[in-house]
Design a protein around this ligand. Structure first.
Ligand code: EPU
Length: 335
């Protein structure tokens, strides 16, 4: 157990805050320590989806369990397991190097393997839930490890079982490892417009998994700021899901509004477009603003604290609500 640990290096928005008590978890068995179950906890991964609003009273468990291995393989797929603390991008690159494609569209997403299923990370036409086989986690209340298979993870857009009340946010469970199922029958998934353009620009008609990964990395580097250079937490708001009537009314008024019909009948709107039209692209309030190349990304221009983030967030939400009557929901967790 460590005390008064500075959490600024452990959140990609680089917000200040100290953990009164902090413990680094490097082996799953450490989760079974009864001392951890007896007090309020927060389970921290890569800190890339986190708004730190100040000092943290709860015990911070920093998930750093390493390891990646081929679990088994059959005629249809390989099953790969990775520890919760593995860096997501490094893990994806490792699977590609082993000759196991399937995760290439999710290259360069910041964060850890253990955090990936919580909000069902997704980009460039793929969500992690589509490649996930099972999640292994510790339940601090039941004092037992348990496994959840894909069907029971209840994955949807930026959502899963793990986000249910009392679970991740309240530190009831900690994901120890994740098993992925990577089908042998690989097909390129290049329908996403940015990705298609990137490959076409490079003159690649039949891309390999590696080429798709490289294209995703190139697009991301161009559009999204590197947290090491300009602290941020990726997309700060979820793309809003509205019902079809509402989407049609908005489209009639704003024909350029990007919208994507969902299988459930709802329509996903591009929050970045709404924010840009509301005048917030590249605009700041104090030290916190919306990025000039991607209006959905909130950036800390230096020296911001949690309150500054909350202030800019509220101003952006108010501007979008006033102009479009759409409510934007923040993507990160607030601690
Ligand atoms: N757009 C604008 N102005 C902007 C930003 C975007 O008009 O400032 C328009 C774009 O022109 C495009 C549409 O909005 O027509 C969508 O933009 P983009 O393709 O950049 O993706 P996004 O919807 O803004 C989502 C994810 C990203 C993911 C990309 C690519 C969410 C909240 N965000 O962003 O995920 O990388 O798609 O798949 O779903 C993240 O969650 O942290 C993240 C980066």
């Amino acid at each position: 157990m460590q005390h008064d640990i500075d959490l600024a290096p452990f959140n990609t928005l680089a917000l200040p805050g100290k953990a009164a008590r902090y413990r680094r978890i490097t082996e799953a068995v450490q989760l079974t320590d009864p001392a951890l179950a007896s007090e309020p906890r927060f389970v921290l991964g890569g800190g890339s989806n986190l708004v730190l609003t100040g000092d943290v009273e709860r015990l911070v468990l920093h998930m750093a369990i390493p390891g990646r291995r081929l679990l088994r393989e059959d005629a249809d797929a390989v099953y790969v397991e990775a520890g919760a603390g593995e860096n997501w991008h490094d893990f994806v690159q490792w699977t590609l190097a082993q000759g196991w494609p399937g995760l290439e569209n999710l290259s360069l997403i910041p964060g850890t393997v253990g955090a990936a299923p919580v909000q069902n990370i997704g980009a460039y036409g793929l969500e992690v839930g589509e490649r996930l086989f099972a999640v292994n986690a510790w339940d601090f209340e039941k004092k037992a490890f348990f496994a959840v298979d894909r069907e029971n993870c209840r994955f949807s857009y930026r959502d899963s079982l793990f986000k249910q009340q009392g679970w991740h946010l309240d530190g009831r469970v900690a994901i120890a490892s994740v098993v992925f199922r990577l089908p042998r029958a690989w097909q390129p998934n290049v329908a996403y417009a940015d990705l298609q353009q990137e490959l076409a620009g490079a003159g690649i008609a039949a891309p390999t998994p590696r080429q798709i990964a490289d294209a995703v990395v190139a697009v991301r580097r161009r559009k999204l700021p590197d947290p090491a250079q300009l602290p941020n937490a990726g997309s700060f708001f979820q793309n809003p899901l509205v019902d079809r009537n509402r989407a049609e009314a908005l489209k009639a008024r704003y024909p350029a509004l990007p919208s994507y019909a969902q299988p459930d009948g709802r329509v996903k709107l591009a929050a970045g477009w709404l924010i840009e039209q509301a005048g917030w692209k590249g605009k700041s309030l104090g030290p916190v603003g919306m990025y000039e190349k991607q209006a959905l990304v909130l950036v800390n221009r230096g020296g911001a604290c949690g309150v500054d983030v909350e202030r800019t967030m509220a101003a952006v939400q108010a501007a979008v609500r006033e102009r479009f009557a759409v409510d934007l929901v923040a993507e990160p967790v607030f601690l």
